[in-house]
Design a protein around this ligand. Structure first.
Ligand code: FRU
Length: 496
């Protein structure tokens, strides 16, 4: 039933159901008419979207702008992914939470927009499941009249069906950073033992990024525990979108620092996403780092990644975009996407390895090519493909990816002398990193209408970059060696 047509009785029944499930927590229903108007707008506006760059198995908004993944979770048999969303234009604007669900991380269903801005814009956050209730914790961003002209506090919203969300009437639940910093956002919550924990991005008084840890026994009353980590001055002025989890017997602090200067091959995107491996002691709330910060993805377009754990697997998704990069699809009525879903492991060198979730095998459709590829030999693909590439790593590898009808291009290369893999967009915009090919020497390349993701070996090195070819993809082996290449076309996983 469209929300606008809900009878008063069903509104009361729904409200009291939520109240029953979450009895202590008064919640406020978001305006049904605002939600209905928004869905009508989206359904109308998406008819006008130009399809040329629309992705076939990556999540993107039906229309408008998206950035960070939010609230990645599993609830009542479905994966849920929310995202920072501005439906009314293909540029950033007052933030909503868009919403999609899936049973298998591959086939996604569009859901109604979950959170609409009211007094507060709905900035990034996370989701946890408390009994029968899904609880969202997010940053309420408010514009003020006084310098610095905004404040950020932490809000809750509830749902007992995973579709309709009710904001908590006692918001905000965490009103102020301990040092009063206005930059105080992106709560990531989890449960440990009988308690809830939340980690938040913030800054020191002298503008160094830091993350803060809080604890609660009811998700409403929060106690500040500790500064989990902060920049020594070289890791940026603000740490956005922190995440904190166990992997391979260690604790991983994943975050997105703003303002890190380029160093050699590293940090060439405007902002970075990476991690520190260490040990966390819940009794003292102290994190002891065992590694330096390292990037988790080396591509041009990757940011603000978020994880969740389901059945012992640590799953990750990132924003397939970067602040201030160009989004050629913006002229088509939409901008931004999510990366493929990845499963994480920690290797014996304390490096995260990242592979596409096994579920993506179910996207494979036709085997299009399989065999040896001489120098200058080409292969044509449709809009989406999975391509497995093996060559002799004692020789260079050079592969051109371009549109069958022109448009954007990229080169993926192995430089045997430097021991580096690189992805170069037109204009020489290169990202490169050393790859110690430890177990597997194979590359697994995923192409979608306007994206590429390259997974090297066991996932020691991964690149996510947006590229905009026209008319499907053409691969050319520019190497002086013969490559073994097999490639599949892929089925659609997201709504048109
Ligand atoms: C990261 C970020 C978050 C913020 C959100 C606003 O990309 O800046 O820190 O919550 O985007 O859309």
């Amino acid at each position: 039933m469209p929300p606008a047509k809900m009878s008063k009785l069903s509104v009361i029944v729904t409200l009291s159901l939520v109240a029953l499930v979450y009895s202590q927590k008064a919640s406020v229903k978001q305006s049904e008419s605002a939600k209905a108007e928004l869905e009508a707008f989206i359904n109308e506006a998406k008819q006008n979207v130009n399809q040329r760059y629309r992705l076939t198995y990556h999540i993107a908004a039906p229309v408008g702008w998206i950035n960070d993944p939010n609230g990645f979770s599993y609830y009542k048999g479905n994966y849920h992914l929310f995202y920072q969303y501005y439906p009314y234009d293909s540029v950033w604007g007052p933030m909503h939470w868009g919403h999609v669900t899936s049973e298998d991380l591959v086939n996604w269903t569009q859901q109604p927009t979950a959170l609409l801005p009211e007094d507060e814009q709905c900035f990034s956050g996370s989701a946890v499941v408390d009994g029968e209730t899904m609880v969202l914790i997010y940053t309420g961003h408010k514009i003020t009249d006084e310098d610095p002209f905004f404040n950020q506090t932490q809000y809750l919203a509830f749902s007992d069906n995973g579709v309709d969300f009710y904001k908590y009437s006692g918001n905000p639940v965490i009103p102020l950073a301990p040092n009063g910093s206005p930059e105080f956002r992106d709560p990531k919550a989890w449960r440990h033992g009988d308690s809830w924990y939340v980690i938040l991005g913030s800054t020191t008084e002298d503008d160094r990024g830091r993350v803060l840890l809080y604890k609660s026994n009811n998700l409403i009353d929060w106690e500040f525990l500790s500064v989990v980590a902060e920049s020594n001055g070289e890791l940026g002025y603000m740490w956005e979108c922190p995440d904190f989890f166990e992997l391979g017997g260690k604790h991983i602090l994943l975050m997105s620092p703003q303002g890190v200067e380029p160093q050699g091959d590293r940090y060439h995107n405007l902002h970075q996403t990476g991690y520190i491996v260490g040990h966390f002691d819940y009794d003292t709330a102290t994190f002891t780092p065992e590694t330096d910060f390292q990037e988790i993805d080396f591509g041009h377009d990757f940011y603000a990644a978020q994880t969740t754990e389901v059945n012992g697997r640590r799953l990750l998704v990132g924003w397939f975009g970067m602040w201030e990069n160009e989004f050629p699809e913006a002229t088509d009525g939409w901008a931004g996407a999510m990366t493929m879903f990845r499963e994480l492991d920690l290797n014996s060198h304390k490096r995260i390895v990242m592979k596409p979730v096994d579920e993506v095998l179910s996207l494979r459709d036709q085997l299009i090519i399989n065999g040896e590829f001489e120098g200058n030999q080409t292969a044509d693909f449709d809009k989406s493909a999975e391509i497995l590439i093996e060559g002799d790593l004692d020789e260079d590898i050079d592969i051109l990816l371009e549109g069958r009808d022109g448009g954007g291009k990229a080169w993926i290369r192995w430089d045997k002398v430097a021991g580096k893999v690189s992805v170069t967009k037109e204009g020489g915009d290169i990202r490169q990193v050393e790859w110690a090919h430890r177990i597997s020497k194979r590359w697994r390349l995923f192409l979608d209408t306007s994206s590429l993701e390259l997974f090297c070996g066991e996932g020691e090195v991964v690149f996510s970059s947006r590229v905009y070819p026209l008319g499907g993809w053409r691969l050319t082996n520019l190497s002086a060696q013969v490559l073994r290449i097999s490639g599949y076309s892929l089925k659609r996983g997201v709504p048109e």
